[in-house]
Design a protein around this ligand. Structure first.
Ligand code: GLY
Length: 357
């Protein structure tokens, strides 16, 4: 195993954390001509990034309104983001759904007209809405596992140097300028450093566990749109090896760095899903293919930390909570601007890293 300093001893930028935020930002900086090294203590994209449901849920009622312009920018950038990934790594990332049916029982949903009973039957005849009303949104989803596989191919084909199994230990300013970063595999001297370790970035970012399951949809439930109600979502996969399956999620648990699943939570997710789509209540009809948990990078106000840190030459992009997949392209764009000393195209005031200090 080579030591770090033998590869690219003085990169322009060192990024700690190879989740979707770190790697998207690495690709953006590489495209702008920077020499970039990414450190990952584990395996790239192994945690929240590949465990998410994949809704590009710009209109999720859980989202704080302050996320509006960053989400809108990301949706605008997504086609170019996927095109860059395809061009570099030659892997297509398909969209699985184009619309979401959003239950209107959540008081935070204000700008959505209810579908008539006839419209609802047209879109989802198998839905059992009871007294619930639904609105229909143009909102895409993708499979984060497909996105992560393609993103990794793109990174490997780019000029970015990725070191997996390499833990960031400490950083100090160098008298000669720039930084000295200590890692588990030697020192490296970047000009700048960006912290993108998600829940491992340290306070105020903290893990918020979400348990999920993948079920096989029965022939009676040919779901082609996301269905979302209070505290539950069902996201069908419509192509590839998981075609005909759907992700059901997700719990919201403050359980530290625990990534275990349990049968009680699986049963409660199924029960909630079955209130909307009754066929999902029966494990014989819609068998469980797999269960897993991801650790969302939460913050006290559910908004990310984006910007420079008090320490010279250091930056953070972390705490994307429920929306890392959605917000990766916009985060890459605005943070590359910040790192280059330019004003980003939208205000990052709500995401100021120092707002909790
Ligand atoms: N993005 C949905 C969730 O965090 O469960």
């Amino acid at each position: 195993m080579h030591m770090l300093h033998s590869v690219l001893p003085k990169p322009d930028v060192l990024i700690a954390g190879a989740g979707i935020i770190g790697l998207s930002l690495a690709l953006e900086l590489d495209a702008r001509g920077a020499k970039v090294v990414v450190l990952e203590r584990d395996t790239a994209l192994a945690h929240a990034s590949s465990r998410a449901a994949g809704m590009l849920a710009q209109n999720d009622p859980h989202n704080r309104p302050e996320l509006g312009s960053l989400s809108a920018l990301s949706i605008q950038l997504y086609p170019d983001f996927l095109a860059r990934i395809k061009k570099l790594g030659d892997a297509e990332v398909p969209l699985h759904t184009t619309h979401a049916l959003q239950a209107l029982d959540d008081k935070r949903v204000t700008s959505l007209d209810p579908l008539s009973a006839e419209e609802l039957r047209g879109h989802a005849p198998f839905l059992a809405p009871g007294d619930l009303q639904f609105g229909r949104l143009l909102e895409h989803s993708l499979d984060p596992r497909e996105l992560c596989a393609a993103l990794l191919l793109a990174v490997r084909a780019s000029g970015v140097v990725l070191h997996e199994g390499t833990t960031f230990e400490s950083v100090a300013e160098r008298e000669a300028g720039g930084l000295c970063v200590k890692t588990s595999r030697g020192d490296i001297s970047p000009g700048k450093m960006i912290h993108t370790q998600g829940p491992w970035a340290g306070a105020p970012v903290r893990p918020v566990k979400g348990q999920m399951l993948l079920v096989k949809l029965p022939p009676s439930l040919p779901l082609r749109e996301v269905v979302r109600g209070a505290g539950i979502y069902i996201v069908p996969r419509t192509s590839g090896e998981r075609a005909g399956c759907a992700v059901i999620g997700a719990s919201v648990e403050h359980a530290g760095f625990d990534e275990q699943t349990n049968a009680a939570t699986e049963a409660s997710l199924r029960a909630r899903a079955a209130l909307l789509l009754p066929a999902l209540g029966d494990a014989a009809t819609a068998p469980t293919i797999s269960t897993w948990a991801g650790l969302r990078p939460g913050t006290p106000d559910d908004l990310p930390l984006l910007g420079s840190l008090a320490a010279e030459h250091q930056f953070i992009a972390a705490g994307h909570y429920r929306n890392g997949i959605l917000l990766a392209p916009a985060t890459a764009r605005v943070m590359a601007d910040v790192v280059e000393g330019k004003s980003p195209e939208l205000s990052l005031q709500a995401f100021a890293p120092a707002r909790f200090s």
